[in-house]
Write a protein that binds this ligand. Structure first.
Ligand SMILES: O=C1O[C@H](COP(=O)(O)O)[C@@H](O)[C@H](O)[C@H]1O
Length: 313
């Protein structure tokens, strides 16, 4: 695999890892590591909670490589500041280039790390009116349920910034898991047709920025280790009824969609995930890859780690 390298920004509190498959070396302010990273609705529910609660990846991704950057921050606080700047810069780039910014979030701990976007200077400088917000996965529960990724994002982020309610694409929580997945895929197709979402050469939706969290088992979105859904090659959005992590019923983007993204940020904080980060970024010889190792976008992948998450690198 070719060396994957980075040209990361020079934040003083960030250690930049230049990834290569060669032996690890350490240089002042810059570390190099071996890596096994395979830098690989009818009408949708577009209404916000505020209104009424309705409101190339290829099969061979594992054999491919792509560029990945790794940022290691001294703390989650510094990570959140860097993530806010990264997101604001991409918002400005895409709004300038295409007049819209398609932004995909996960649930889980990631949402807390978006808090700096809700504060000055970003809350005032970002052109929120051009944002279109999507979920990489969602639990099939009502939108006011504590397990809802929509509720999590609304409470922690969306309610604090002036994104247009009509540009928030939450799932239809009145449907079954299968119905909600179909409905969300149909929604994406409409938005591709109307030009809000770009399309990849392989004819999958190409989001401008996707923010992914990672579970302690190496899952991303609702794509779990060893589950058949990680092999889905055709559907854009699929469903799961036996998620090993509760709640059991969820919908999720598939890897072809995830890997069509222009930019992906993988955001991982805390020592509890250090061993999975080590597996993902290490020189793993295992033939069975964790879902996180299948994240290999056409565009650019950046890992945002805090010291704890990077502690086993
Ligand atoms: O269940 C889920 O878990 C993952 C990881 O969550 P975290 O709390 O360990 O960061 C999350 O990315 C996903 O969106 C969510 O549905």
């Amino acid at each position: 695999m070719a060396a994957v390298s980075t040209s990361v920004r020079s934040l003083p509190s960030v250690r930049h890892l230049r990834l290569s498959r060669l032996s690890p070396t350490v240089a002042p302010g810059r570390l190099s590591y071996s890596t096994g990273i395979r830098a690989i609705s009818p009408i949708c529910s577009v209404r916000s909670r505020r209104s009424d609660y309705r409101a190339r990846f290829s099969a061979s991704a594992m054999a491919e490589s792509s560029k990945a950057k790794v940022e290691v921050h001294d703390s989650e606080e510094v990570l959140a500041a860097s993530l806010a700047k990264y997101t604001a810069d991409l918002s400005s780039k895409f709004v300038g280039e295409r007049g819209a910014f398609t932004f995909v979030v996960s649930g889980g701990s990631l949402i807390k790390s978006l808090r700096k976007l809700t504060e000055p200077p970003y809350v005032d400088s970002i052109d929120w009116s051009k944002w279109h917000v999507f979920w990489v996965d969602e639990r099939v529960v009502p939108k006011d349920h504590d397990d809802s990724n929509y509720k999590l994002a609304y409470d922690g982020f969306l309610s604090k910034v002036p994104i247009l309610p009509g540009n928030v694409y939450s799932i239809n929580d009145a449907l079954s898991a299968e119905g909600a997945a179909d409905d969300y895929e149909t929604c994406l197709k409409h938005l591709v047709k109307s030009g809000v979402i770009n399309i990849s050469e392989a004819r999958f939706p190409k989001f401008d920025l996707m923010l992914l969290g990672m579970g302690p088992d190496g899952h991303v979105a609702s794509l779990f280790p060893g589950h058949v859904l990680i092999n889905e090659k055709v559907k854009w959005v699929t469903f799961i009824k036996d998620s090993p992590k509760p709640p059991p019923e969820r919908i999720t983007f598939t890897f072809p969609v995830i890997n069509s993204s222009a930019y992906i940020a993988l955001v991982v904080a805390g020592a509890g995930k250090a061993h999975v980060v080590q597996t993902a970024l290490g020189d793993s010889q295992s033939s069975e890859k964790l879902p996180v190792q299948l994240v290999s976008p056409e565009g650019e992948l950046t890992w945002f780690l805090d010291k704890g998450a990077a502690s086993m690198l």
